[in-house]
Ligand binder design. Structure first.
Ligand SMILES: *Cc1c(COP(=O)(O)O)cnc(C)c1O
Length: 428
């Protein structure tokens, strides 16, 4: 029998999430369908916030919106007191729609153009940049009140090379010499509040990979402080805190994680006389991954030579993590939780590519067309990385909370495939 963690439960062999039957949700809304639990989002936020803030009061979580940009998700986190970390003008727009004020939004731009920078300046949000070339572009257009730079602390981490975002080979961040120059320029330009930032990677399960880069970040902060007389309002250690995807994998130990990071932070603040800046982190995955699942209906079962395939209606257009990162997602049969697993299957989608595999070699109960599969831990980088490839429609999203449910995004329709297309006049 499958081992399930909150917000998932087994009621008479049927999978429930936050008090709602997944079988019923699939009947009402169709499949594929993303479902996310409000209680679980709040629980994750609160346990992370509690672990840090009891050790250092001036602590803030910036939810990294790109993990899941649904406005309802953003609203939940806003109501918890989170700020938000955004990766594009579009995310700044969505965060504003969800009720975040400009002082609560941090924009981290990577290689962006004037139009995006103009938009960001016009919204008055906090800006985080990572190159001199972007800085020069920005200050021709205007000067934000609050600014930070993303440092490349030379050491990164992550579960796949695509998600390591700091190292001497990564495209992200600035080295010490450029950072010093950049802070000098923006001080002269009239920036009022300063921060400093790093983000080393994603899916990291313990604190160790943060310590060396963290030390490096604080050392660079101290140099900026002594050489330029800049004092920091916030020091931002970025996101990347991981969640277990495989059954039996251990959770991140929040006590040890926050304990060691805060210990380093306080010790270095003291050593370098950096005052009492706020300590910021930017988790995305940690907050929403385990809160969300993907429901997908079995449409075909076939055996090719010795391999058994289950064909479902969600593919890498719906959830790209397995295809893109070789990521593992647990799969359960929502309507057969009490049945013994007896057969090994590959779970594959409807996309015309051999790489369209959601799960490989999974031991599942005997299943048939029409059974409902559920992909677990799909709340982060699921819908937000989905596409219309093969002209397949993006699915609906549903929010559940203590037995209630609400549609928070309609499924796309065929009109969405042509909505922004124009036919060249000579083809009409
Ligand atoms: C993606 C990203 C995050 C969040 O990463 P997670 O692994 O989801 O925690 C935080 N900060 C920045 C700058 C990012 O690009």
């Amino acid at each position: 029998m499958e081992v399930l963690k909150s917000p998932l439960e087994n009621f008479g062999g049927e999978l429930f999430i936050d008090g709602v039957s997944t079988v019923k949700l699939a009947e009402i809304f169709g499949t594929p369908l993303y479902v996310i639990s409000e209680n679980k989002i709040r629980e994750n936020y609160r346990k992370m916030h509690a672990a840090f803030s009891k050790r250092y009061g001036k602590f803030r979580i910036l939810y990294s919106a790109k993990a899941n940009t649904n406005i309802s998700v953003l609203k939940i986190l806003h109501s918890e007191g989170a700020y938000v970390d955004t990766a594009s003008a579009g995310e700044v727009y969505l965060a504003s729609m969800a009720g975040f004020s400009s002082e609560e939004i941090l924009y981290t731009g990577i290689n962006v153009g004037d139009e995006e920078l103009k938009y960001v300046l016009s919204r008055g949000v906090m800006v985080n940049l990572d190159s001199m070339s972007q800085l020069n572009r920005l200050i021709r257009l205007g000067v934000p009140e609050t600014l930070s730079f993303r440092i490349n602390p030379e050491h990164g981490a992550g579960y796949h090379k695509y998600v390591v975002t700091a190292s001497k080979h990564a495209k992200f961040g600035m080295d010490e010499a450029s950072a010093l120059k950049a802070y000098e320029i923006v001080k002269a330009a009239g920036v009022k509040r300063f921060g400093i930032h790093m983000h080393i990677g994603s899916g990291i399960m313990d604190v160790t990979p943060y310590l060396k880069p963290g030390e490096r970040l604080l050392k660079i902060a101290s140099k900026i402080n002594t050489k330029l007389g800049i004092s920091f309002d916030f020091i931002n250690f970025g996101g990347g805190m991981g969640v277990p995807y495989k059954p039996g994998e251990k959770e991140l130990d929040l006590e040890a994680f926050s304990g060691k990071l805060v210990e380093l932070f306080k010790r270095k603040l003291d050593e370098y006389s950096l005052g009492k800046p706020e300590l910021w982190i930017e988790p995305g995955r940690f907050i929403v991954a385990e809160a969300g699942i993907l429901l997908t209906r079995i449409k075909a079962i076939k055996q090719v030579f010795h391999k058994k395939f289950v064909g479902v209606d969600a593919g890498f257009n719906t959830l790209i993590r397995p295809a893109m990162y070789g990521a593992y997602h647990q799969v359960v049969v929502a309507n057969k939780l009490n049945e013994k697993p007896t057969e090994v299957y590959d779970v594959v989608g409807p996309i015309c590519e051999s790489g369209d595999v959601l799960a490989e070699n999974r031991l599942l109960p005997k299943i048939f067309e029409g059974d409902l599969l559920v992909v677990l831990n799909a709340g982060a980088y699921g819908f937000s990385m989905s596409s219309q490839y093969n002209s397949r429609l993006r699915p609906a999203e549903v929010l559940v909370k203590s037995g209630r449910y609400a549609l928070i995004r309609e499924a796309e329709t065929f009109e969405d495939l042509v909505r922004k297309q124009r036919v060249a006049e000579w083809l009409e």
